[in-house]
Design a protein around this ligand. Structure first.
Ligand code: OOG
Ligand code: NI
Length: 468
């Protein structure tokens, strides 16, 4: 029988996001420190910039920021990935984008599960960057087979989780009690395990192949490896981190500091070395360690069009030809200067970005605009309406990721010895087959949001445009 009292997928996601955050705060205390630092800086930034506060209020996006974060997990088999797709769908999170990380020397490919509609993003924009290990990129066939056997033998979901997933799918939703239980059971999948499921000897061999392979294969489940709050001023948080006992990586990844933020800027603190026990040949537990979990913060800017993204990629590459940031931070200042210099070629004014077709914007009607000043011809043209002040525009926030250009985050967390190379081999079709659905194309999605906002404005002025 179909129940009418289902909890909304948005509410389940919000409760899951909050449960993950509490769990990670207990597991990695420095994450809690970062959260309070980010909250403090965000409050100061808003106090110092009434205009920013006003636009965030006007676009109904202020409230989401304090709750906003993303997490990252890495799974080992196509079956695990396909099941996660079903889990996230119950929370209103769908796969957006395909990322080939073999390009950055990491043997995984990925997508981000996230809400896609405006309304859902406003309620809670929680996203989970989800990577699937590519055993096909492991050169040694014996090691590949051993890893596959270990992965195929594990079950990362509890029995209760599986029955609730099936129930949600057959009945079309979950009632309040089931939704609360579902969140608790799914949390189990992402919990940290300090007892490895492989021997120390196998762990070492996996680790020699790539630190990330050891991370995916050696444990009972895909522990959450970081949770990232969103800040409105990443430079300020980066500067304040040392005074709060956290030492950040030397440079912020992504674009430089700008008046009009674009895409995504991120910085992190190094992964912790944690105590882990491994079983030895006699079946006894032996002490060892593993490094996987870290902290990260991010600042989000406007979503770029393919043209804007190409310019971004080109300018980033140009700055890296001048200075490549060293892992020890010794040339950080020179890098920051080279980056700022290269990005002088990227317009730093919202209207210039819009007119040059570099970014996506959401248009809206200016409510107090005197309609009787518009001629029918003016009322039918969006550019004229913008120029006359009848329509305003706000940047559409980039909701996705830049893991390849921010390969620095991976590298700084993999340790300096992790320079293994993998041949870049994007394999989106295979990924989508394993996932069970195609991923949403993020450019097409942003474009449709922009177009819908323009259409709504034109509809508003249509009575005038049609008047003769
Ligand atoms: C995922 C890293 C990707 C980001 O912010 O770009 C990511 C991982 O290390 O598993 O979270
Ligand atoms: Ni991240």
């Amino acid at each position: 029988m179909k129940s009418t009292s289902f909890v909304s997928t948005d509410a389940i996601r919000a409760s899951f996001s909050s449960a993950m955050s509490s769990m990670y705060r207990t597991e990695v205390p420095a994450y809690g420190t970062l959260l309070s630092l980010v909250a403090k800086v965000n409050a100061q930034t808003l106090a110092a910039s009434p205009e920013l506060r006003h636009r965030l209020e006007q676009t109904d996006t202020l409230d989401r920021i304090s709750e906003e974060r993303h997490g990252a997990i890495r799974v080992g088999t196509p079956a695990e990935l396909a099941m996660l797709r079903r889990v996230f769908a119950i929370m209103g999170m769908y796969p957006v984008g395909y990322y080939d990380l073999s390009e950055a020397g990491v043997p995984v490919h990925s997508t981000a599960f996230r809400p896609s509609s405006d309304a859902s993003l406003k309620i809670n924009p929680f996203r989970v960057f989800t990577s699937l290990l590519r055993l096909d990129l492991v050169a040694n066939p014996e090691l590949r087979d051993e890893a596959r056997k270990v992965l195929e033998a594990r079950q990362i979901f509890t029995a209760e989780a599986i029955s609730l997933i099936e129930k949600a799918e057959t009945e079309g939703g979950l009632n309040a009690d089931d939704a609360a239980l579902f969140v608790q059971e799914i949390l189990e999948t992402f919990r940290w395990h300090d007892h490895a499921s492989v021997s120390g000897e196998l762990y070492d061999r996996l680790h020699d192949a790539h630190r990330l392979i050891a991370d995916v294969v050696s444990f009972k489940g895909p522990h959450i490896n970081h949770l990232t709050p969103r800040t409105l001023d990443i430079d300020a948080v980066q500067d304040l981190m040392p005074a709060h006992g956290i030492s950040p990586k030397a440079v912020i990844e992504g674009p430089p500091t700008r008046a009009c933020p674009i895409l995504l800027r991120q910085t992190s603190f190094k992964a912790l070395e944690e105590n882990v026990s491994f079983r030895n040949a006699q079946g006894q537990w032996e002490a060892g360690s593993h490094t996987a979990r870290f902290g990260e913060i991010e600042q989000r800017g406007i979503a770029l069009t393919p043209k804007g993204r190409a310019l971004y990629d080109q300018l980033l590459a140009k700055s890296r030809e001048v200075v490549r940031p060293a892992a020890d931070g010794s040339n950080a200042e020179a890098y920051v200067a080279a980056l700022a210099d290269a990005f002088k070629a990227f317009p730093d004014d919202w209207n210039d970005i819009r007119i040059n077709g570099l970014g996506y914007f959401r248009c809206s009607v200016v409510e107090c605009f005197p309609l009787n000043t518009l001629s029918p011809r003016e009322a039918a043209n969006i550019e004229t309406l913008v120029a006359m002040g009848a329509v305003q525009f706000d940047p559409i926030v980039y909701e996705d990721f830049l893991p390849v250009s921010a390969a620095g985050i991976f590298q700084s967390n993999l340790g300096d010895d992790a320079s293994q190379k993998f041949t870049a081999s994007p394999s989106q079709r295979e990924f989508e087959e394993q996932l069970g659905v195609p991923v949403l194309d993020e450019f097409a999605h942003y474009e449709s949001l922009e177009k819908a906002s323009i259409d709504a404005c034109l509809r508003h002025f249509k009575p005038i445009a049609l008047a003769s």
